[in-house]
Design a protein around this ligand. Structure first.
Ligand code: ADP
Ligand code: MG
Length: 264
């Protein structure tokens, strides 16, 4: 397989998704459209199922033996849970960045970016690889800081730089959607702002879904927001979703108003 050009922007849609760990139901019929080329923020208190929902979106939920699921996840017009879709392809199309930066610490910055190509069996010439490394590090907002030390180990970077390296690594295999689970909550405010600034550029190449506890961040970076809630032990549901500005300025549900204004 040759190195792919930037993939066309894709829409991700969850349709009636319910999820269980054993007998414990944690999501109840969640439906959400995450439009192509937009940034969708998932907000809500701890334990309401945001991370579970995110992991369902790229079939990582299946890695937990007790986990089960109902509903569908559509990437454009394809159900990623269809028996004909290989899980490796679903996870290549739908990448994930985690809360804690996890570069390969002993591997060079360059090889970190290129690591996914080996896993996916993507062939590229030396000059294509150099171009890809530069492009992805630009996307991650890290290029200027590391261009003179691409052979140094990824583990030598600061936490914020490591997270941007992880973003660059995810982008190298040209995903169609990038899922980010609290990508800045382990970082200092300066690194957080740098990542926020890169997200607008990133959204030109990939549809983004971000979980965040930081309401200012949701307001600054997202096009639309979905507010998740699981009250009194009931499974998580989406209470309200819509354009970010409307969610913050004119929330329809009093629970949304309380949450976005920091009252719980
Ligand atoms: P959030 O990301 O919104 O904080 P989670 O998706 O992590 O919420 O958790 C939702 C619910 O699912 C919680 O009750 C949590 O305890 C439960 N849960 C999450 N992961 C697992 C797991 N691997 N095994 C069992 N229960 C889990
Ligand atoms: Mg979580």
């Amino acid at each position: 397989m040759e190195a792919r050009p930037a993939a066309p922007l894709a829409q991700l849609e969850a349709v009636g998704v319910s999820a269980w760990f054993g007998d414990h139901k944690v999501l109840d019929r969640v439906s959400l459209t995450m439009p192509a080329g937009e940034i969708t923020a998932l907000i809500g208190p701890s334990g309401c199922g945001k991370s579970t929902f995110l992991r369902i979106l790229n079939r990582m939920h299946e890695l937990v033996p007790s986990a089960s699921l109902a509903g569908r996840v559509m990437l454009d017009d394809e159900d990623i849970y269809d028996a004909t879709v290989r899980v490796t392809r679903a996870r290549r199309d739908i990448g994930m960045v985690f809360q804690k930066p996890n570069p390969f610490p002993a591997m060079s910055i360059r090889d970190n970016v290129l690591a996914g190509l080996k896993l996916t069996g993507t062939k590229a010439s030396k000059s294509e690889k150099e171009d890809l490394v530069e492009h992805c590090l630009q996307l991650g907002g890290l290029w200027n800081e590391v261009k003179d030390r691409l052979d140094s180990p990824g583990g030598g970077l600061s936490g914020g730089q490591q997270q941007r390296l992880c973003i660059a690594r995810s982008m190298a295999i040209k995903p169609r959607v990038l899922l980010m689970d609290e990508p800045c909550s382990a970082l200092d405010p300066t690194s957080t702002r740098v990542i926020e600034e890169t997200m607008r550029t990133l959204a030109e190449e990939v549809t983004i879904v971000i979980v965040t506890h930081n309401m200012q961040q949701a307001a600054r970076v997202s096009d639309s927001c979905a507010f998740f809630l699981a009250s009194h032990g009931t499974p998580g549901v989406i209470v309200e979703h819509g354009p970010t500005e409307a969610m913050f300025e004119r929330p329809q549900d009093p629970r949304t108003a309380d949450y976005v204004n920091g009252r719980f």
